[in-house]
Write a new protein. Structure first.
Ligand code: NAD
Length: 300
């Protein structure tokens, strides 16, 4: 038996088509502002990829770069300016930030209506209260992938390995909303295999190549491999691999590849979130237009 491959690129295209259609119903082309601090090569590459994809699907984007030495106050001033700029619908600050800048202060400062990464505490709280709005891109992209491939969620046992704020925690909230029975495992979980073997849906977001071996997977389970690990083979050639051992394909019912699985969904979801942010703001403006005509409420 070999698992059905849940390919990311065509699924991401479907998500982008849907986002582009929704964008077409808005009064203006949605605009994503991306802030980068410093020249970390991975951040430079991620930001370039996000801006390029935005252009490909017909959204506007601008990239604002501050030097590595920029102060927290300078970054907060830029965020404040972008928050009040009505021409900007979505705003994200590329992480990680230089060590002298407090990440929490920066994430708090972003207008929750423009928070396309879904990291503002208001959006995190709304997600856990069962009212998801702007939600973190990787977990939201995974939900889209599961629904797109008609993977049943309601009543199923879902196990997430990894409890980061970026992936594991928000995904747990989204799967609860989808009526799955959710377990979150992490670095202190005892006998990880006994936990993962119970899963109809197993999502792995750890960052350890080959962590999940075939004996840890229930036959026929859906396995979502979020991990992205750079490894060098015996010939000295670099490769990207996930957290799931390739032999799991012989046990699982469906499996996402690495690369070409969850990765493309993350960027597509960012652009879908930008459209959603623009929709929220358009609704807010309509509401405020009946009263004082100012910026309106955070409408969900
Ligand atoms: P993180 O380092 O913030 O969190 C890792 C989690 O794994 C922690 O919660 C930790 O408790 C858990 N963990 C560590 N060792 C473990 C073990 N032996 N058994 C069980 N749990 C263990 O990482 P992250 O930001 O959540 O990213 C996880 C992986 O997903 C990385 O490889 C990252 O590159 C990748 N990632 C991919 C995408 C994408 O778009 N495909 C997006 C985000 C992250």
């Amino acid at each position: 038996m070999s698992a059905r491959v849940l390919a990311g690129p065509p699924t991401a295209e479907a998500l982008l088509r849907d986002a582009a259609q929704r964008a077409g119903r808005l009064p203006a082309v949605p605009h994503l502002a991306i802030v980068r601090v410093g020249e970390d090569p991975a951040s430079v590459s991620y930001v370039r990829g996000k801006a390029r994809k935005a252009g490909e699907v017909g959204l506007r984007s601008t990239v604002h770069v501050l030097p590595e030495t920029a102060s927290q106050a300078e970054l907060l001033a830029l965020i404040a300016a972008l928050n009040t700029d009505d021409d900007v619908n979505g705003l994200l600050v590329q992480l990680p930030l230089p060590a002298h800048i407090a990440e929490a202060a920066v994430l708090h400062a972003i207008d929750p209506r423009k928070d396309v990464d879904g990291f503002h505490p208001l959006n995190v709280g709304e997600l856990w209260a069962g009212r998801p709005s702007l939600t973190p891109c990787t977990p939201a992209g995974i939900l889209f992938l599961l629904r797109h491939h008609a993977i049943p969620l309601s009543g199923t046992r879902a196990v997430i390995v990894g409890r980061s704020s970026l992936v594991g925690r928000p995904l747990a909230a989204l799967l609860l909303e989808a009526d799955a029975t959710v377990t979150v495992a992490h670095s202190r979980t005892r006998d990880l295999g006994s936990v993962t073997r119970a899963a109809d849906l197993l999502v792995v977001a750890v960052g350890q190549p080959g962590l999940i071996t075939p004996d840890m997977v229930k036959p026929g389970a859906t396995v979502i491999d979020v991990g992205i690990n750079r490894v060098v083979d015996a010939q000295g050639k670099g490769h990207l691999v996930g957290d799931v051992h390739p032999d799991v394909a012989g046990v699982a019912g469906a499996l996402t590849p690495v690369p070409g699985g969850v990765g493309p969904l993350t960027v597509a979801q960012l652009l879908a979130n930008t459209v959603h942010a623009a929709e929220l703001q358009a609704a807010g403006h309509l509401q405020s237009g009946t009263s004082s005509g100012d910026r309106g409420e955070f409408v969900r």
